[in-house]
Design a protein around this ligand. Sequence first.
Ligand SMILES: Cc1cc2nc3c(=O)[nH]c(=O)nc-3n(C[C@H](O)[C@H](O)[C@H](O)COP(=O)(O)OP(=O)(O)OC[C@H]3O[C@@H](n4cnc5c(N)ncnc54)[C@H](O)[C@@H]3O)c2cc1C
Length: 344
Amino acid sequence: MQQYDTVIIGAGPSGLECAYDLAKAGQQVLVLDKNSDAISNDSSIGHKTCAGGITEKVLDLIPENIYEIGFNNVYINVKGRKTKFFKKSPKITTIDRVKYSQYLIDKAKEAGAEIRTETRVSQIRESSVITDGKEIAFRHLVGADGSLSIVRKYLGLKTEKKGMAFHYLVNKNFSDLEYFLDADLFSTGYAWIFPHDEFTSIGAYADIKDISPQMLKKNFQKWLNKKDIDVSGAQFYAAQIPYDYKGHKFEKIYLAGDAAGFASGLTGEGIYAAIISGKDIAGLILDKGYRTDGIDDLLRTKKAQEYLLNIFRHSGPLKNIEYNIIVSLLKINSTKKVLANILR
Ligand SMILES: Cc1cc2nc3c(=O)[nH]c(=O)nc-3n(C[C@H](O)[C@H](O)[C@H](O)COP(=O)(O)OP(=O)(O)OC[C@H]3O[C@@H](n4cnc5c(N)ncnc54)[C@H](O)[C@@H]3O)c2cc1C
């Protein structure tokens, strides 16, 4: 039976960042992913159901050649009332997730990690995983296998807190990056328009506790019609975003990124959390005394965001008024910083 220091299930940003740091430190690392690494293939690792928007905090962690469009102006619409936020350096940038994936794969391989694609892990045992009928032994196992993680299931962790996100990839250029808050349509969630170089991601996200996925989809369609956005012929994607964090270290098994529930319940954003948690878990595997400052900071932000989400959740018809207050507070210098820290 083959044996590795660390086996990582999932070649998303959390798994590959973790693999890179471990391989660089000299560990024997194996990354397994059920998808292919062929760029053109629609079931490739890089073809994620993701709007590909990153905020300022992520910019230093992703090379510039992966960026698509940087936006100095970001628009927040609350029930039709549009407010512009301007910053000299781009506040939000869209990225090409296929290119990003290739960059992460190349980086991990160069550091010495072995990556096996089109390899689905079907079973987890105490010290090994089963894939294609073969057994592979590990000293450490990292579940970086996304929103439907089998490692999380193996650990017996339930996922109660989760959001649902839909988007169309529309072959039309929109010039502005916009968020749309409207409690009557999206409850505590929102819709977005994120322009990329060759398409625009137009989608909606909300917590399933606040609005059922069926109702969200129906209301999203209503909103598209009202805005006269034609999505005929556009590809439609849907996926869950779990945010039910219940720990990341379980003896020799670790969870990173979406598998651990590190994504934001308020915004559905998860790329930053995937990178930071993947790196911190590599640190922990290499050194038991490692300080997981990145994860601690993520958890503090998550707590503040879920507090805000709960306020919205329990405000009934006052939600739209609260959204307007938040937008106004984001315009005032003294309150902007505190709120930006929570929403970042
Ligand atoms: C519609 C939508 C829009 C989004 N937009 C944004 C956004 O604009 N900005 C942002 O920051 N975040 C966004 N997100 C969230 C973001 O995409 C995720 O949080 C992020 O990709 C998580 O990274 P990860 O490495 O944890 O998991 P993933 O990127 O999901 O990677 C998991 C990998 O595990 C593999 N895998 C799963 N099971 C197995 C198995 N049994 N065997 C082998 N391999 C397996 C999968 O093939 C996959 O490659 C969005 C999500 C959705 C659904």
